[in-house]
Design a protein around this ligand. Sequence first.
Ligand code: PXL
Length: 281
Amino acid sequence: MALAPRIAAIQDISGFGRCSMTVILPVLAAMGGQCCPLPTAYLSAHTAFPASDHATFLDMTGQMAGTAAHWAELGVTFDAIYSGFVGSAGQIALIEDFYRRFRTGGSLILVDPVMGDHGKPYRTYTPDMCRRMGGLAAQADVITPNLTEAALLLGEPYESRPGEEQGLRRWLERLSLGGGRSVVLTGVSLGPGQIGAGFFDRTTGETGFAMAHQEPAQYPGTGDLFASVVLGALLRGETLARAAQRGADFVQRCVARTLALGTPILEGVQFEPLLGELMTP
Ligand code: PXL
């Protein structure tokens, strides 16, 4: 039996609202991976909930270097290093240190350059953090931006985002940095009623699209759900095209189910009962 791939998950823990670590851990476990959490912050709930004086944000930057040192001492190795939402600019430098320590020829670095959505940066992201996120993403093997994050990475106004196939292929190629990294661009649509991802696979040079039926609602945390399914599939040896299609299909099914149940949008999608679908390739 093959060993479970081991993933360092460098992400925040949001106690309520289904995003980042609370999505990534169960998804990657269902897909046969061993996730080692390196939390960047603990928040009482994700930042899409209305601002509140009671909302907590515990910055865990102070634990990160020590955790990496302990893991190195224990001789831990990783098949993948997966980062997403970061709590401060300093954490980006610590993730780069983590790469220097743990990146090997065989490891896969996935950067989900979480910075914003719907054309706007999240309220905790400063312009300096967004610039540094670009530097981190430049070191990745695979990035999974949405259109807002892609515009920030390319230095283009969100309003100039492409809405048709040729333009999307051009953005995918530019995001690949000359073919050096694979890209899965989320939240793209090629026509009414469908949504999914465009991808560039650096191993084949192929660009393509993985589309699913568009449900009439958008939930927080679905970017994390999508990226973790993509990573789980890649670690199983599936192609990027297949991984993107699995991600698009799984998110669509979770959204459809959650819509039918009618739970609040901010609580995210009810992926838990569908995890079984991820267990088989
Ligand atoms: O899903 C991305 C994400 C992760 N972590 C936190 C967030 C968000 C998006 O809003 O607020 C804390």
